[in-house]
Each structure stands twice: as C-alpha cells, then as structure tokens.
Design a protein around this ligand. Structure first.
Ligand SMILES: [Fe+2]
Length: 184
C-alpha cells in the first residue's frame, strides 16, 4: 500500500448528507435517479389501487397478485433510496399524482399495467445510459440486476394481458385466471 494512503489527515469528500463519499453523483444522473424513484413510488400506489379494484369485484386472485406487485414496487423504492443514501445523498420525496381507479375492463387495466412497466424500463434504460456517460460504474453495477428484473416484469404482464385477451371477458375463463393468480 503506498504510504500516502495511510496518512490520517487526508481530506475526504462528503456528500450533501455529510456522509463520506468516494465519488459524487453527476447532477443529471442524480435528477434521473429522483425521477425514476418517483415512478417506482407511483407504481407502488397504482398497483395498490388496482388490487382494490379487483377486491371490490370479488376477484381475489387478481387482487392479491396486484397487492404483491405493489409491495414489490415498494421494495424497488427502498433499493433506490438505500443506494442514494449510501452515496451520501438525502432523499427528496416529490408529490405523486392521484392513482387511476377506474377502468372499463380487466383488459384495459392489465394493458395500463403493461404500459407502466414498459415506461419503467425506458426510464431505467435512460438512467443506465446517464450512468455510463458519467463513468459512474457504481451506478451501472447497481442498475444491472434491476434492469434484469424489469424485463421479467414486462414478461409477466405480457403473459397476463395475453391470457385475459384469450378469455374474451367470459366469467368462467376469468375465474380460472383468478384462481391461477390466487395459487401463485
Ligand atoms: Fe419497479
């Protein structure tokens, strides 16, 4: 180890929270992180609203599926906040829009969820390219497994959209899907 790195009076860099940091986050990368965090928080509330919509209609399998999705989004939120705190930043929680609570059909609702997932993927991709541009390898490494999970989420909703489409709103077919989701 070089002698200089052992000296105790070396000045450290500190983040806005006063925590020692190794590398500052690029400003536009930080803005993108906060924007993405808001999208994850929005998805958490939106999926909860969808869970309620199904519960009100006696479709408890769909309802528990969306409640799990809502909880999963909260776990994503926490991953992002933990990461930003570890990087020395304070979390600025922005206002969220009111969740959508009305849909004309199950298909409309599922398609809405699919669109939300694909928007989350687009936002993650943007975040990824900002971290690459800023040579922030820590952020790229952090984002890698999240992008992978996001692709799986898109697949889940594409599958569900296809199944609901196939059911053509027939109650018996919808109840079979509801049971499948309940057993998950
Ligand atoms: Fe998410």
């Amino acid at each position: 180890m070089p002698e200089s790195s052992l000296q105790s009076n070396q000045s450290l860099k500190y983040g806005p929270s006063g925590r020692a940091i190794a590398q500052e986050l690029d400003n536009s990368l930080l803005d993108n992180f906060i924007e993405h965090l808001t999208m994850e928080r929005n998805a958490n509330v939106q999926y909860f609203s969808m869970s309620l919509w199904f519960k009100e209609r006696e479709l408890r399998g769909f309802s528990s599926f969306f409640l799990k999705e809502s909880n999963e989004e909260m776990s994503h939120v926490q991953k992002f906040t933990d990461y930003l705190i570890a990087r020395g930043y304070r979390i600025n929680l922005k206002d969220l829009p009111s969740p959508t609570q009305e849909w004309n059909s199950i298909q409309d609702l599922i398609n809405y969820a699919f669109k939300m997932e694909s928007d989350l993927t687009t936002s993650l991709e943007q975040l990824y390219s900002f971290s690459e541009r800023a040579s922030d390898i820590r952020s790229s490494v952090f984002l890698d497994p999240i992008v992978e999970d996001q692709i799986k989420s898109e697949d889940t909703f594409a599958y569900l959209s296809g199944k609901v489409k196939f059911a053509e709103n027939q109650p018996s077919a919808i109840l079979i899907i509801d049971k499948e989701l309940n057993d998950k």
